[in-house]
Design a protein around this ligand. Structure first.
Ligand SMILES: C[S@@+](CC[C@H](N)C(=O)[O-])C[C@H]1O[C@@H](n2cnc3c(N)ncnc32)[C@H](O)[C@@H]1O
Length: 212
């Protein structure tokens, strides 16, 4: 099932992302990973196969394919770009009973579902406006179960200041825990030097936080 709820606005950056996924090969976008090792390891360590998991701003990531291969059966994939979500929906057509697809801006997300784990790799860091950051955090709080996990990857202070030619906010442990406040406890963090397909590396920080 594909649910399309796209209200275009300046903050959506909808056409930017749709253009990226039309003009670039999917394995040549800067954030491409053939094996999302850290995300996969942490998800498998902290959740069960039947837990509800959402990948926010999934793009065309192979994380869902890997989770399905590990027996996960309640995945939600949310993505702003119609091209990207249609591509991933086509790729996972045989697994459609285990995956819900949302073509939506996370800032407008609403759901009857509560998730055990909320995954975000290189999406939250695009929110440079404090109001948008707070809207996102409110959505996270609304739809993440108590004791649920927020697995977040952002560019680190040693990484680039832009991603896909858009301004981003770099996060370290202090900055993310201050922003999320008392309602989230940091469980662990690590770094990743992500190899860019065109050469060079991008420094990421990964954070695993638990809702209190
Ligand atoms: C840098 S890519 C990362 C994609 C994926 N998470 C991965 O690790 O391969 C950022 C993705 O977030 C999506 N995105 C950006 N802003 C969004 C928003 N407000 N709501 C939903 N998706 C968004 C973009 O379309 C893009 O696919």
């Amino acid at each position: 099932m594909l649910i399309i709820i796209n209200t275009k606005s300046m903050t959506d950056n909808f056409s930017h992302w749709d253009k990226v996924y039309t003009t670039k090969k999917h394995n040549q976008v800067g954030w491409y990973q053939d094996h999302p090792t850290i995300s996969l390891d942490w998800i498998m360590q902290y959740t069960r196969q039947s837990d509800a998991i959402i990948d926010v701003g999934c793009g065309v990531s192979l994380l869902a394919d890997n989770l399905l291969a590990e027996g996960y059966n309640d995945l939600s994939l949310l993505e702003l770009s119609k091209n990207a979500i249609e591509a991933i929906q086509k790729r996972l057509a045989l697994e459609k009973d285990k995956v819900s697809f949302y073509n939506q801006n996370i800032l407008k997300f609403s759901s009857k579902k509560q998730f055990k784990l909320w995954h975000d790799r290189a999406v939250f860091h695009f929110l440079t406006n404090p109001d948008d950051q707070q809207t996102y955090i409110q959505k996270l709080d609304d739809y993440l179960q108590k004791d649920g996990f927020f697995l977040l990857a952002t560019f680190s202070p040693d990484g680039p200041i832009q991603c896909s030619e858009l301004e981003i906010v770099q996060y370290d442990e202090k900055k993310i825990t201050q922003l999320l406040g008392q309602s989230f406890k940091l469980i662990k963090t690590t770094t990743e030097s992500h190899p860019h397909p065109n050469g060079g590396t991008q420094e990421f920080n990964y954070f695993l936080l638990q809702k209190q």
